[in-house]
Design a protein around this ligand. Structure first.
Ligand code: PNS
Length: 165
């Protein structure tokens, strides 16, 4: 069984993530989409919310399941008998850090990182940018699944009303 992990923060999942998961699912027997829930960053959505949205977004992929993980990705890989980490590469600017992580992960465990080039239509797409544009009223509806877009708009409105009270 060839099993791979697609790790990320997915705050929230975008069409670019789904494209990479879809393509990984055609290369491997099983793909685990692993949501990193370490506490270091300020997130818009909770771990459970991010996992729920991913499960809904990936429900049509028969060999894909979604899980959360804390701690090191390599420990998650060892616990789930995973030897391949799939990462999307958008541009050269992603490469330095991704290479560093790939080499660090390979030094920690028996894992290989497989880089998948992002489809050109998603090369500018990042959850952080989507959140920023949506915060200021920009239209990001074409960049996310419809139900994720609705939750994003609702969450930003909640945040806005909390900050103005
Ligand atoms: O979507 P992101 O924020 O680029 O995802 C980064 C993620 C979660 C894949 C990365 O931060 C990670 O693997 N975190 C787990 C902790 C870990 O193993 N750190 C060492 C990486 S070499």
């Amino acid at each position: 069984m060839r099993r791979a992990v697609c790790p990320g923060s997915f705050d929230p999942v975008t069409n670019g993530h789904i494209d990479i998961v879809n393509r990984a699912s055609q290369l491997f027997d099983e793909v685990v989409v692993a949501v990193g829930v370490n506490k270091s960053k300020n997130r818009l959505f909770s771990p459970d919310e991010r996992i729920d949205m991913l499960r809904e977004a990936c429900r049509d992929f028969e060999n894909v399941r979604v899980d959360g993980f804390t701690g090191l990705l390599t420990d998650f890989c060892a616990q789930h008998a995973i030897r391949a980490i799939v990462k999307g590469l958008r541009a050269v600017s992603d490469f330095d850090y991704e290479l560093q992580m790939a080499q660090m992960n390979a030094s920690l465990a028996d894992v290989e990182t497989v880089f998948v080039p992002t489809s050109p239509e998603y090369s500018f797409l990042a959850s952080s940018l989507v959140k920023e544009v949506a915060t200021y009223g920009g239209d990001v509806s074409g960049l996310l699944p419809g139900f994720v877009h609705e939750r994003l708009v609702a969450r930003l409105a909640e945040r806005e009303s909390q900050s103005s009270t």
